[in-house]
Write a protein that binds this ligand. Structure first.
Ligand SMILES: [Zn+2]
Length: 198
């Protein structure tokens, strides 16, 4: 994951290693510096500036990733940073503003695994509810390798091919566990699907 809150000390971080929320409730307006208050808009309580009216919408952040297969195995990356450092996950990362989800997935695959991939189809969309930085929406694609060299990089410390019946533990996030469970179910229903996605 490239941008927000990758767990490294940053300017303004309270303490090295502490995971900072990337969608916190702000006390002061990021536009004018006025004090933030609460409003109700369309039945939702939101923070809004008492001076200029700026509303701080708290939307989940989209993250995109790839399911790369080798036979019955799937490529997973071990997290190099907090949160959930050393836990395993599907290669994925947060979208940059203005980026297309497919571009994010391809970029994250290259950054974390060193592999150039082509997306073959959309796999699924999952709600990310247990990342301490922010609520997220995880968008996953099937992908096949077109080039590059397998090498852990960016936010990944290690890579591995794992059979779906022998996944490493722990898997970092619930959305990733749900996706891997669905992938295993799909493989059982259609054993040939993994051949097609290669
Ligand atoms: Zn303001």
């Amino acid at each position: 994951m490239r941008d927000q809150g990758k767990g490294q000390p940053r300017p303004g971080a309270a303490r090295a290693g502490k995971v900072q929320a990337t969608r916190p409730e702000a006390r002061f307006c990021m536009v004018c510096g006025g004090r933030m208050g609460k409003i109700t808009e369309h039945g939702v309580r939101r923070s809004a500036c008492t001076r200029c009216g700026f509303i701080a919408y708290r939307n989940p952040v989209p993250a995109c990733g790839v399911l790369v297969r080798r036979g019955g195995a799937v490529l997973l990356a071990r997290r190099a940073h907090e949160p959930r450092r050393d836990a395993w996950g599907i290669p994925a990362g947060f979208m940059e503003y203005g980026e297309h989800p497919e571009t994010t997935a391809i970029r994250e695959a290259l950054e974390e695994t060193g592999l150039r991939v082509k997306l073959t189809s959309l796999f699924g969309v999952y709600a990310g509810r247990d990342d301490p930085r922010t609520r997220a929406v995880l968008i996953l694609y099937h992908a096949r390798v077109t080039g590059g060299t397998l090498q852990a990089g960016d936010d990944a410390s290690e890579l591995g091919w794992f059979p779906l019946d022998h996944l490493p533990r722990p898997i970092a996030f619930r959305s990733h566990r749900e996706a891997l469970r669905d992938l295993r179910r799909m493989d059982r229903r259609q054993p040939r699907s993994r051949e097609r996605s290669r």
